[in-house]
Design a protein around this ligand. Sequence first.
Ligand code: DQA
Length: 137
Amino acid sequence: MKLLFINGVNLNMTGRREKGVYGTQTLEEINADIAARLKGTECEFFQSNCEGEICTKLHAADCDGIILNAGAFTHYSYAIRDAIASIDIPVVEVHMSNVFRREEFRKTSVLSEVCAGTIAGFGKNSYILAAESFLLK
Ligand code: DQA
């Protein structure tokens, strides 16, 4: 089982930005915790602040499942939506914060319709819960 974790715009600032919302661990620390937790599962981690790079990564993906936290791209990127729709690998949408308890604009995801499911609100465990959805199969 190979899983690809994609983090989008501003997620590289995790641990340094809005610590009350996203916690104090860096993305590298979170990724290390995920890999340790998912021992036996091949995990690849990718982060980009560029919408097109995320589309290119999705197009080239060669794995059993994708866990995607697109950050703010979630709320408006039709390009990433179409990239997800253009591949056959299932994608689970993830958010560390509970986007439904925050600002109005965060309640809209243009990605959900083409994703297998969504997990939000459990901090770094949102990634692990999303990964478990593939491992349970
Ligand atoms: C986020 C929620 C988004 O609304 C926000 O733009 C992010 C992170 C989350 O993980 O909770 O950058 O995807």
